[in-house]
Design a protein around this ligand. Structure first.
Ligand code: CA
Length: 227
């Protein structure tokens, strides 16, 4: 999970970043509104934590407003010392997804972040279909079709296909596959990948055009219309 923290007070920022890293978040920190907005707009985050009172009399809510005007729907937790009911309502009305007042207990912050990311993940997953040429992969029902015909995949084959499709047009190395599809953090030294790739290729490419699963000699594999 990648989280962007926009917070100007150094102690609070350190407390947040250290705690989030301990909870295995990938954390990036900005200490003013301008750099925060830039990062928010130019990088994809799973969730953001935005302080309200920022330097140069900027209000974190302005960042959220700018993002929402730009159709950026990344979930935002507003973190603020402004604790009155009016301020909290304002924070949510301006596009914040949740509002936590300082001081706060870290477990509560983590629980709220989990709730926010769970919500967006489930929305994204229920409507997610990956289409490449005439292949369609429905990530919620795990139904795979090519040229309108259902293709039955074993769970591991589906995981492999999903990983390749999510990284389409990029070279995927054997190490990446071992770690992401098999959860191996070492090379088992077997031909497990070759066997699965070959099975998957037979199921999704054989008899169809164009081929989608390509071998990149000496590097790994690539999934997409162009080899
Ligand atoms: Ca502040």
């Amino acid at each position: 999970m990648r989280v962007l923290v926009i917070e100007d007070e150094a102690d609070m920022a350190r407390y947040l970043c250290d705690g989030l890293r301990l909870a295995e978040y990938e954390v990036f920190h900005c200490n003013d509104a301008a750099s925060g907005l830039f990062q928010a707009q130019h990088t994809k985050w799973d969730v953001m934590i935005v302080d309200r009172m920022l330097p140069d009399e900027q209000d974190g809510l302005q960042i959220i407003r700018a993002l929402r005007n730009n159709q950026n729907k990344t979930p935002v937790l507003v973190l603020s010392a402004l604790a009155s009911l009016d301020e909290r309502v304002k924070g949510l009305r301006e596009g914040g997804d949740d509002y936590l007042t300082k001081p706060f207990a870290f477990p509560e912050l983590l629980a709220r972040l989990e709730a926010l990311t769970r919500r967006t993940l489930s929305i994204a997953e229920t409507s997610r279909t990956i289409n490449i040429a005439d292949l369609s992969i429905d990530l919620s029902t795990r139904r795979v079709e090519r040229a309108g015909q259902t293709i039955n995949l074993q769970p591991r084959e589906f995981r492999l296909l999903e990983y390749l499709a999510r990284n389409q047009n990029q070279v995927v190395t054997r190490t990446m596959l071992l770690e992401s599809v098999w959860d191996f953090h070492f090379d088992p030294g077997t031909n497990v990948i070759d066997v699965q790739i070959s099975r998957l290729r037979t199921k999704i490419d054989k008899g169809y055009s164009p081929p989608l699963l390509h071998t990149v000699r000496g590097a790994g594999y690539k999934f997409g219309i162009d080899g």
